[in-house]
Design a protein around this ligand. Structure first.
Ligand code: ADP
Length: 774
C-alpha cells in the first residue's frame, strides 16, 4: 500500500521494430494509500505523504539518532564509488553527489544504482522510516563492495575501460528471485559480442566493415532502453546477413535451357528465341552486362513464369519484386536510418531474402510505377538497372555501396506507354502477345490442367476434361488475351470435382449416383459413359470407383454457371448504325460495338463513352468526310437532304461507357457506322475493322494489329478490315488463325465501305457519279 509519487519528465518511444516506450520520472516522496476511490480507467486514491516531512518537523532529533548510521552508510558508499574508475565522468559525478546531497537521500539514490533485485528495491521503498532504510541498504552496499573486490581480483590482469563500466554490476547471482531481467541483459551482451564476431568474420566490403565496427562500438556503449539500440542492432544484423560475397554457380547450358523453356511453356516462340539468344551471349561472354530484358504484354501470358524459368535454367535464385503502385523512391532505395521505422529498399531486402548476390530479380509491373511527393521511384530504378552504375548501388539505409552487377534483372509490363522514357531506354522490350484459341487449348492441356489437378489432389483417373470443353471455357467463360482466367475456371472445376470425389470416397458402400446427382449434367454423363442401362433406378446404380468424372457442357454450366459471353455478335448488328471496331488495351485486344443514332435537331454531334481528344477528332473527321461525299454515296438525312446534319443531331456511343478510350484507330469504324445509319443498310455481322482516317478518305496504319486480330478471332468474327500498310503485321499472326480469317487490306475509305456492306457500298454510286461526268 506504499507507493512513490513522481513527476514524469520525458516520454520517449518508438514503434519499430516493436512498440516500446521509455518513461523518465523524478521521484518526489513516498506515500501511503488511505482509500482507493476508483480503479478504472486508472486508479485514483486518497493518499498521505510519508517521507520528506521530517525535514520540516523534527529533523534535529532524527539526525542525532541517525548520525551514526548515516555516517556508516556514507563511508561504505564512498568506498564503493572509489573502487570504480574515476576517469569515467558518470562515476566522478556520483562521487561529488555523495558529498553534496543530504545524507538521508543517499539510501534511495544508491539503491537505484547498485545491483539489487526488484524485490530488494521494493523493500527499500517500503521502508518509510529513515533508520530502517539505512539499516536495510547497508548490507546491500557491503555485498556490492565484496562482489566488486572479488571481481577485481579475478580480472586484474585483463582490465580495460569497457569492463570497468560493466563491473558495477558483478554479483547479480548472489541475490535470488527476480533475476530474469538480468539474465536477459547478459544474453543481450553476449549477442553483441557474437554480432561483432560475425561482422569480423563476414566477407563484407572494407567500407562496410569499417562502418559496422564503428556502429558496434557505439552499440556497446548504448543503454538497451534507447530506441536507437534496436535500430543499430537491426542494421548490423542486416549487414551481417547480406550476401556480400555469396553466390550460386551458374550452370548455363543452352541446350538444357531450351529444353527447360520448352517444357515450361507452350508457344511464345518469339520470346523463347530471344531469351535463348540472350542466354547464349551470356554464356559466351561470361558476364551480364547488356540490356535488361523487359517483357511487355497483356496479363496472364506467362511473363512472370518465363522469368522463373530463366532463373531455373541458370540455376539461380529467383525473386519477384512487385512494383505496381510503388510511389515512393525509398521503396527502391531505402530510408535513411535517421527515421524511426526506416527500412532498406526492396532490392536490398530481396538480396537478404535470397541470400546470394547473383539472383534473378523480376521487376514486375514497371509500367505501374507512380510518382508522388516522396520522389520518383522510376528514377531510383535507373541506377539499379544501369550496368555502368549498379556495381556501387547505395541504399540509403545501408549507406554503403553494394555490388548489384551480378544480379540479373528482368522487367515485365503491360504497356510501354507508361514506362518513363529514360527507364525504357535501358531495357530491351520484347512483346508477348496474347494466345490464340488453339494455343490456349494446348496450354490448358499441357500445363494448366495437370497443375490444377495436382493442386487439388486429383488424378486423371478421377476427372477428365476433353478439348471441346476447354474450348467451351475459353470462348464462353473467358474473354482474355492470357490464360489466367482460364486457369481460375479450371481451378473452379477441380474444386467442384474434388467435393464429389471426396464424398464418393466416404460413402463407397452407398450408390455414387446420389452424390453426383445434383447436376443433371453428371447424371447424363454417368448414363452416357458408365452405365447406359437403368436410368430410373438410381438407388441401385453404383458408379465404378475408377470411372473418371467427365466434364461436358452440362457439367460446365452446373459448375461455372451460365456462359458469360455468347458467340453471337450478329444480334447486335440487326439495325443500321452499328459497326464493330477493334481496340487495343494493355490487357490485350478487344472488340468494340460503335453505335450511332440520329434525331431531329440542329446539327449537333454528341459523343459518349469517355472518349479522349484524338477519338473525338476522329468522329468529326468521319462526319466531315461523309458530308462531303454524301451525294456520291447517296446518303441522306431523314428528310431526304444530302446535307446530313441539316435539322439532324447525331449521337455516337462507344461501349463500355466507363472505360476511357483514346486513339485514332476507330476512324474507319465510325465512318462505317455512320454510313450504315444514313444509308439505312446493315453492316455485315462478321466484319470487324480498324484504321485511322484522313479528311481525303485515306486509311492510315495503326498499331496493335496482332492483339486486335486475336480479339476478333476470339469473338468469332470472320473478316477483318485493316489498313493496307499494316499488311506486314499479319506475318506475326499464327497460321491457323490466319487461315480462319479473311483480311481486307484497305487503302481508302471506299474499299472499307465496300467490304463492310454486303454487295459493296460505293460501286453503284461511283458508276453513277462517273456516268454523270461523261
Ligand atoms: P503474367 O506475368 O504475364 O501476368 P503469369 O506468368 O503469372 O502471367 O502466368 C499466369 C499463368 O499462366 C501461370 O500459371 C503460367 O504458368 C501460365 N502460363 C502462361 N503462359 C503459358 C504458356 N505459354 N505455357 C504454359 N503456361 C503458361
Amino acid at each position: 500500500r506504499i507507493g512513490t509519487a513522481a513527476l514524469a519528465v520525458q516520454v520517449v518511444g518508438s514503434n519499430w521494430p516493436k512498440p516500446h516506450y521509455t518513461l523518465l520520472v523524478t521521484g518526489l516522496c513516498r506515500f501511503q494509500i488511505l482509500q482507493l476511490l476508483k480503479e478504472k480507467p486508472y486508479p485514483v486514491a486518497e493518499v498521505q505523504q510519508l517521507d520528506r516531512l521530517e525535514q520540516f518537523t523534527n529533523g534535529h532529533k532524527s539526525e542525532e539518532e541517525l548520525g551514526e548510521l548515516s555516517e556508516q552508510f556514507y563511508k561504505y558508499a564512498v568506498q564503493l564509488v572509489e573502487m570504480l574508475d574515476m576517469s569515467v565522468p558518470a562515476v566522478a559525478k556520483l562521487r561529488r553527489l555523495l558529498d553534496n546531497l543530504p545524507r538521508e537521500a543517499l539510501p534511495d539514490i544508491l539503491t537505484s544504482i547498485i545491483r539489487t533485485t526488484n524485490q530488494e528495491k521494493l523493500q527499500i521503498l517500503d521502508a518509510v522510516r529513515l533508520e530502517e532504510r539505512f539499516k536495510m541498504t547497508i548490507p546491500l552496499l557491503v555485498r556490492q563492495i565484496e562482489g566488486l573486490k572479488l571481481l577485481q581480483k579475478t580480472r586484474k590482469s585483463k582490465q580495460d575501460d569497457d569492463k570497468r563500466i560493466v563491473a558495477i554490476r558483478p554479483n547479480r547471482r548472489i541475490s535470488h528471485g527476480s533475476i530474469t531481467e538480468d539474465e536477459e541483459e547478459e544474453e543481450d551482451h553476449d549477442d553483441v559480442v557474437m554480432l561483432e564476431k560475425k561482422i569480423r568474420t563476414s566477407s563484407m566490403s572494407e567500407q562496410a566493415l569499417k562502418v559496422c565496427l564503428k556502429e558496434i562500438k557505439r552499440l556497446k556503449k548504448m543503454p538497451q532502453s534507447m530506441p536507437e539500440y534496436a535500430l543499430t542492432r537491426n542494421y548490423l544484423e542486416l549487414m551481417v546477413e547480406l550476401p556480400w560475397n555469396k553466390s550460386t554457380k551458374d550452370r548455363l547450358e543452352i541446350r538444357a535451357a531450351r529444353i527447360v523453356l520448352d517444357n515450361d511453356h507452350y508457344a511464345m516462340e518469339k520470346l523463347k528465341k530471344r531469351v535463348l539468344e540472350y542466354l547464349a551471349v551470356r554464356q559466351l561472354k561470361n558476364n551480364l552486362k547488356g540490356p535488361i530484358l523487359c517483357f511487355v504484354g497483356p496479363p496472364g501470358v506467362g511473363k512472370t513464369s518465363v522469368g522463373r524459368s530463366i532463373a531455373k535454367t541458370l540455376g539461380r535464385e529467383f525473386h519477384r519484386i512487385a512494383l505496381g503502385g510503388v510511389c515512393d523512391q525509398s521503396d527502391i532505395r531505402g530510408h535513411r536510418r535517421t527515421y524511426v521505422g526506416s527500412m532498406p529498399g526492396r532490392i536490398i531486402n530481396g538480396l537478404k531474402t535470397v541470400g546470394v548476390n547473383n539472383p534473378v530479380f523480376l521487376l514486375d509491373e514497371v509500367d505501374k510505377l507512380a510518382k508522388s511527393l516522396q520522389g520518383d521511384p522510376a528514377a531510383a530504378l535507373l541506377e539499379v538497372l544501369d550496368p555502368e552504375q549498379n556495381h556501387s548501388f547505395t541504399d540509403h539505409y545501408l549507406n554503403v555501396a553494394f555490388d548489384l552487377s551480378q544480379v540479373l534483372f528482368i522487367a515485365t509490363a503491360n504497356t510501354t506507354a507508361t514506362i518513363p522514357p529514360a527507364l525504357l531506354d535501358r531495357m530491351e522490350v520484347i512483346q508477348v502477345p496474347g494466345y490464340t484459341q488453339e494455343e490456349k487449348i494446348e496450354i490448358a492441356h499441357r500445363h494448366l490442367i495437370p497443375k490444377q489437378l495436382e493442386l487439388h489432389g486429383l488424378t486423371p483417373q478421377q476427372i477428365q476434361i476433353p478439348q471441346v470443353t476447354t474450348l467451351g471455357i475459353i470462348t464462353r467463360y473467358t474473354r482474355e488475351a492470357g490464360v489466367r482466367a482460364l486457369d481460375r475456371k479450371l481451378g473452379a472445376i477441380c474444386r467442384a470435382v474434388a467435393v464429389k470425389v471426396a464424398e464418393g470416397q466416404h460413402r463407397e458402400a452407398k450408390p455414387d449416383r446420389a452424390e453426383l446427382g445434383e447436376g443433371e449434367d453428371c447424371k447424363e454423363h454417368v448414363t452416357e459413359d458408365a452405365k447406359p442401362e437403368s436410368i430410373s433406378d438410381t438407388a441401385d446404380l453404383a458408379l465404378p470407383p475408377e470411372m473418371p468424372i467427365l466434364i461436358d457442357f452440362h457439367a460446365l454450366k452446373d459448375i461455372l454457371g451460365p456462359p458469360m459471353y455468347d458467340m453471337e455478335v450478329s444480334e447486335r448488328l440487326n439495325q443500321p448504325g452499328v459497326a464493330i471496331g477493334l481496340a487495343w488495351t494493355p490487357l490485350g485486344g478487344e472488340i468494340m460495338f460503335v453505335e450511332a443514332s440520329r434525331m431531329d435537331g440542329e446539327g449537333q454531334l454528341t459523343l459518349t463513352g469517355q472518349l479522349g481528344d484524338v477519338m473525338k477528332e476522329s468522329a468529326h473527321l468521319a462526319i466531315s468526310w461523309l458530308r462531303s461525299n454524301a451525294k456520291r454515296y447517296q446518303l441522306t438525312n431523314a428528310s431526304g437532304s444530302f446535307d446530313l446534319l441539316d435539322n439532324t443531331d447525331i449521337h455516337l456511343h462507344f461501349p463500355a461507357g466507363a472505360v476511357t478510350k483514346d486513339g485514332p484507330s476507330a476512324g474507319v469504324t465510325i465512318v462505317t457506322c455512320l454510313a450504315s445509319l444514313f444509308s439505312g443498310r446493315l453492316v455485315c455481322s462478321d466484319v470487324a475493322m480498324t484504321g485511322e482516317i484522313t479528311l481525303r478518305g485515306l486509311v492510315l496504319p495503326v498499331g496493335g494489329i496482332k492483339d486486335k486480330v486475336l480479339a476478333a478471332h476470339r469473338a468469332g468474327l470472320k473478316r477483318i478490315i485493316i489498313p493496307q500498310r499494316n499488311e506486314k503485321d499479319l506475318e506475326e499472326i499464327a497460321a491457323p488463325v490466319r487461315q480462319e480469317l479473311t483480311f481486307v487490306l484497305a487503302a481508302c475509305l471506299d474499299e472499307v465501305l465496300n467490304a463492310a456492306f454486303d454487295g459493296g457500298f460505293a460501286g453503284k454510286a461511283r458508276l453513277e457519279h462517273l456516268n454523270s461526268k461523261l
